[in-house]
Design a protein around this ligand. Sequence first.
Ligand code: NCD
Ligand code: ZN
Ligand code: ZN
Length: 345
Amino acid sequence: MTQTLTIRRPDDWHLHLRDGAMLRAVLPETARHFARAIVMPNLVPPVVTGAQAAAYRDRIRVALPDGMAFEPLMTLYLTEETDPADVAAAHASGLVKAVKLYPAGATTNSASGVTDFDKVRGVLEQMAEIGLPLCVHGEVVDPEVDIFDREAVFIDRILDPIRRATPGLRVVMEHITTADAVAYVRAQGDDLGATITTHHLVINRNHILAGGIRPHYYCLPVAKRETHRLALRAAATSGEARFFLGTDSAPHTDANKLLPCGCAGCFTATNTLAILAQVFEDEGALDRLEGFTSRHGPAFYGLPVNQETITLTKGEVFSVPAQIETEEGPVTVFDPGFDLRWQPS
Ligand SMILES: NC(=O)N[C@@H](CC(=O)O)C(=O)O
Ligand SMILES: [Zn+2]
Ligand SMILES: [Zn+2]
């Protein structure tokens, strides 16, 4: 018996599209299934100003294959030099939907991020006033803090103080990986949301490290122990509007992943929906998939839900290519370690 599930067309509230040849290769993988995505600004050099965001949006539009529809929702990369007036103008024109905070040194291309949080106070106050959300990579960079504790420590040391100092600031804690983050987000008002990735619902740290090191499962924040994965699955499938999908699909060529010091990021755009449908089915929550992928995100960002739908059909096991080809070299597609049967069409 085939089973089908029709949901509003999903959006991805945290996506890396890169630029140039990589952009051309990965954009169709997302646009095939997703209507919109919050596009991360961690290019080299980063997308800091409204003018840079407009130029990047135009490059994305040019890279979109004919016949595909996709709306990039642009973000600005917050630096200590960011001009509040430029942010306000980029928001007022409708171009920019969020500003992204990277603690300097926390992740891929975060060197231009923030070290002294007092220096961005003016921008954050401006954002609170105009209702522009702040997306946060929530990890401290203090080398004294164990990498598996960096998210929990960030909440206490940085996130909570910033939110207390800036009432009204809407914040999305990106790619949460811990039960601590789930609990913190649940304890706050509706000015705080959190994205959860596909891969963090599937892997824990054993997948990365037990029985050999698996670079394609290495991303930041790094996957934690099993109890945390279970907390994320419970949150994602709970139906609570504060949790929504941000795949954090982050392509790096295999050459850059398979190094003595390899890049962080899992590329999940190609099979994310099929994986999520299986996860939600396994949790007895298929009826909540649409909330997570298609309703909670627009509600947080104050955007309309997509009118179009997408249908997933459960049938025979199917496979996606193990890699996608790019002019820069192959990019390995995330392997969930289980069969895929829910095929989006
Ligand atoms: N998540 C990752 O491991 N990598 C992201 C950066 C990020 O989202 O932190 C990337 O840009 O490659
Ligand atoms: Zn990040
Ligand atoms: Zn990311």
